[in-house]
Design a protein around this ligand. Structure first.
Ligand SMILES: N[C@@H](CCC(=O)N[C@@H](CS)C(=O)NCC(=O)O)C(=O)O
Length: 237
């Protein structure tokens, strides 16, 4: 199975976004929230997806994790991305808070779960992703950082979560149901990272639905928009 070979209609495609994030020419820079981001970070990616879906323009400040800008650390001393600094100086320093903020403001693609039960289910699935699965992902990708000789046990542990996602996707096109939604956007960047750790292994698992879902994500206009490259932000002081 190859996640790169099949094409299907992409139901969350939006070809003519009204406002693209990271286009500060569309609004006065001082009016824009400032997003500190790192392109490959899955947490930052999920935040950028929600900002894109909400058509929220931001001033994008691309950072390097090894050399975080003082302005970012001043706003958010804990030193992780993403960080969103709002014009009223409120700082959102958790990716899920940024998603929530963006989708509460504007949600034309109806990503945010409508009823409380669906919200609860989405939060539980995302908690599994951010908890155990992320732990296995890190150990799979970087076993030596954890004193492990190999990441293969972690890969097999992480596979249980992916097996569950695949089962869910056997009966519905997206984790959120018939349409791409909040939990899809929150989880897909992490599944992508897991898949790319050993693409050959991933493609050879019996996860047809999951592979199709990931392929849809990676070929979507949402993904394309949020993966645009930005030069590293430099302070001019
Ligand atoms: N709980 C945070 C986690 C964010 C996070 O851990 N981001 C990583 C990059 S993927 C980071 O900034 N790490 C700090 C570093 O590596 O110095 C969130 O959801 O935003």
């Amino acid at each position: 199975m190859d996640i790169g070979q099949t094409t299907i209609a992409n139901p969350y495609r939006r070809d003519s976004p009204t406002v693209l994030i990271s286009d500060p020419t569309l609004l006065e820079p001082q009016d824009l929230p400032i997003l500190y981001s790192f392109r490959r970070c899955p947490y930052a990616m999920r935040a950028r997806l929600a900002l894109w879906a909400s058509q929220q323009a931001v001033e994008h400040r691309e950072i390097v994790l090894k050399n975080k800008p003082a302005a970012m650390l001043h706003a958010s001393p804990k030193g992780t991305v993403p960080v969103l600094v709002l014009p009223d100086s409120v700082v959102l320093e958790q990716s899920l808070d940024i998603m929530h903020w963006a989708l509460q403001k504007n949600d034309p693609l109806a990503w945010w779960p409508k009823d409380p039960a669906a919200q609860q289910a989405a939060q539980e699935l995302i908690a599994q992703n951010d908890g155990d699965f992320k732990g296995h992902l890190d150990r799979y990708k970087y076993p030596h950082r954890f004193g492990l000789d190999s990441g293969l046990d972690a890969r097999d542990e992480g596979a249980h979560f992916l097996e569950g996602l695949n089962q869910r996707l056997n009966s519905q096109a997206f984790l959120a149901g018939p349409h791409w939604g909040y939990e899809d956007a929150a989880i897909a960047p992490f599944v992508r990272q897991f898949a790319h750790t050993d693409a050959h292994w991933f493609e050879n698992q019996d996860w047809k639905s999951l592979c199709q879902w990931l392929f849809n994500f990676e070929t979507s206009s949402a993904f394309n928009a949020v993966m645009q490259k930005h030069p590293v932000w430099q302070t001019h002081s």
